[in-house]
Design a binder for this molecule. Structure first.
Ligand code: FAD
Length: 314
């Protein structure tokens, strides 16, 4: 591992100050929450040759005047780090208002795991938050950081997808809400605009039952090889609506769309659950990598979907 990059560090006291800093430093700024992804990524980051141009807006129009040189820098570099944790009011509150649960972006995994309202209405999320990393990591890692990092294997991402979360984001231009289905764009990429930060997540408790399961070779400190979250709306034994979120089987977390469609209107017998699990495996588009082959991941989707639906119904 390399040393950390040398960077300037800021502790804005208000959101307005944070937005000003983000505007001032543009692509050379990164916000810091728990730092459990950011600092590791910076230390692990490879060095690569990048082209550096002296073009500004004016002389970009006259290409001949641009001098381009190459410099060696980290792929994941840190220049200006803006810590969000000193912002008041602190963005880590978990609040219930009627059927709506709002989880601040800086709420840690431990906070989410232990929260009574999360445990009652969204046991899948409480379980995911309680399973991530290790106790030390969970005590500082935030859900905002997990989601902003946008890894397809991110522990809470496929869960939030199945739970129909809304992502509240803010920036200089004001606040907006992004449907979680529109948030993830590619591996490590999302629909946050430059200068925007995640403020909170909104979940609505609508009487569904939900569960989460993941597989990784080691119990702790290991990323999800495959993750499944089932969120089911039942009318007696019949399924009215189903969301099945899958993690680490595509470039973003995805819905197992065919399985979801198949479950609707059916009594959830063992055979129906078995068939839905098969369909979910067909919905997955995994790759082979150092942690598992595509074939193994596909098999895991089937096994975990079956178990997750059963647990949600239990
Ligand atoms: C030992 C270890 C084990 C781990 N195990 C797991 C695991 O099992 N599963 C898993 O999913 N992850 C795991 N992780 C990764 C990491 O802990 C999580 O992704 C964590 O939730 C990141 O949150 P953070 O607050 O530390 O984010 P940070 O590292 O502070 O930030 C991560 C990225 O998100 C951006 N960001 C942070 N907050 C915001 C915000 N509010 N708005 C906009 N952008 C923001 C940052 O600029 C940065 O790019 C592990 C990490 C370690 C070190």
């Amino acid at each position: 591992m390399n040393k950390l990059s040398e960077f300037d560090y800021y502790e804005p006291a208000t959101l307005a100050e944070a937005y000003d800093l983000l505007e001032k430093f543009g692509t050379e700024a990164k916000v810091l929450a728990g730092g459990t992804d950011m600092l590791v990524m910076n230390k692990k980051s490879a060095f690569a040759k990048v082209e550096k141009s002296d073009c500004n807006v004016h002389n970009r129009l006259i290409a001949d005047t641009c001098a381009t040189t190459t410099e060696v820098k980290r792929v994941y570099d840190l220049k200006n780090v803006i810590n969000l944790k000193k912002i008041k009011p602190i963005l880590n509150e978990i609040a219930v208002k009627g059927d709506k649960l709002t989880i601040g972006a800086l709420a840690t995994m431990t906070q989410i795991n232990l929260n009574e309202s999360v445990k009652k209405h969204f046991p899948a999320l409480a379980a995911a938050a309680g399973r991530m990393g290790s106790p030390l990591v969970r005590n500082i890692a935030t859900m905002g950081g997990n989601v902003a990092n946008s890894s397809p294997a991110g522990e809470t991402l496929f869960v939030l997808l199945a739970l129909e979360a809304k992502v509240l984001v803010g920036g200089k231009a004001g606040n907006r809400t992004i449907d979680i289905n529109d948030f993830f764009v590619h591996v490590g990429k999302n629909s946050l605009k430059p200068g925007e930060i995640i403020l909170a997540f909104e979940l609505e408790s609508t009487g569904s039952c939900n569960a989460y399961k993941r597989f990784s070779p080691r119990h702790s400190m290991d990323l999800v090889v495959v993750g499944v979250c089932a969120n089911l709306w039942m009318d007696g034994k019949v399924c009215k609506k189903a969301n099945i979120g899958l993690g680490a089987v595509a470039i973003t977390p995805i819905h197992a769309v065919s399985a979801e469609k198949y479950l609707v209107g059916k009594e959830l017998t063992d055979d129906v659950i078995k068939e839905a699990a098969k369909l979910a495996a067909g919905d997955a588009k995994p790759i082979s990598d150092i942690r598992a082959s595509a074939e193994y991941r596909t098999h895991l989707v089937e096994v975990l979907t079956k178990r997750t639906i059963k647990e949600a119904l239990a």
